[in-house]
Design a protein around this ligand. Structure first.
Ligand code: FES
Length: 168
């Protein structure tokens, strides 16, 4: 992955977040959550700043980022798609829905489409089990999703790009 140069304001934002947690190593998870909330993802360069601020090794920060599935090192798509893999959704076919998204978008979980439009991830129970299987696109919740609907959900976000919708 090519190195990215962080803007000074971004470095400043990261430093402020670390300071909010007293630059304590034990607050790493909270710091990572906050930084990801602000920046959308945690690339290596961001992890380096955090490691420096918390006075810990980059390897340790990297280990935590890669261990927890809710942290991501890649920029999210314009429309982040998340499939709930909680028990209720799983038993009602979430895996088939996920496979259909992978097939249609030609990406794996944790990846973003080359046009930057969609990223794919999995979630644990989002508290809407009555609607299982549940898919979220950004903040919008789609309930009782069948694999046959996946194409229509994607097409909804291709509005204004009818050509792309057809080829999806
Ligand atoms: S298991 Fe998917 S919403 Fe609860």
């Amino acid at each position: 992955m090519p190195k990215i140069k962080l803007a000074d304001s971004t470095v400043q934002t990261i430093r402020e977040i670390c300071k909010k947690y007293d630059n304590k190593e034990g607050e790493l998870i909270n710091v990572l959550h906050n930084v990801q909330e602000k920046l959308g993802y945690l690339p290596a360069e961001v992890q380096e700043v955090i490691a420096l601020e918390l006075n810990m090794s980059v390897a340790k920060v990297y280990g935590v980022v890669t261990f927890y599935s809710f942290f991501t090192m890649i920029p999210q798509g314009e429309y982040p798609i998340s499939i709930c893999m909680g028990t209720a959704c799983y038993v009602r076919g979430a895996e088939q829905v996920l496979n259909e998204f992978k097939r249609q978008l030609k990406v794996e979980v944790g990846q973003t489409t080359p046009d930057g439009r969609f990223s794919l991830s999995c979630l644990r129970c989002v508290g809407a089990c009555g609607l299982a299987p549940v898919v979220m696109v950004g903040d919008k919740v789609f309930g009782r999703v069948a694999p046959q609907q996946v194409k229509d959900i994607i097409a909804e976000y291709h509005e204004g790009c009818p050509h792309e919708a057809k080829s999806a």
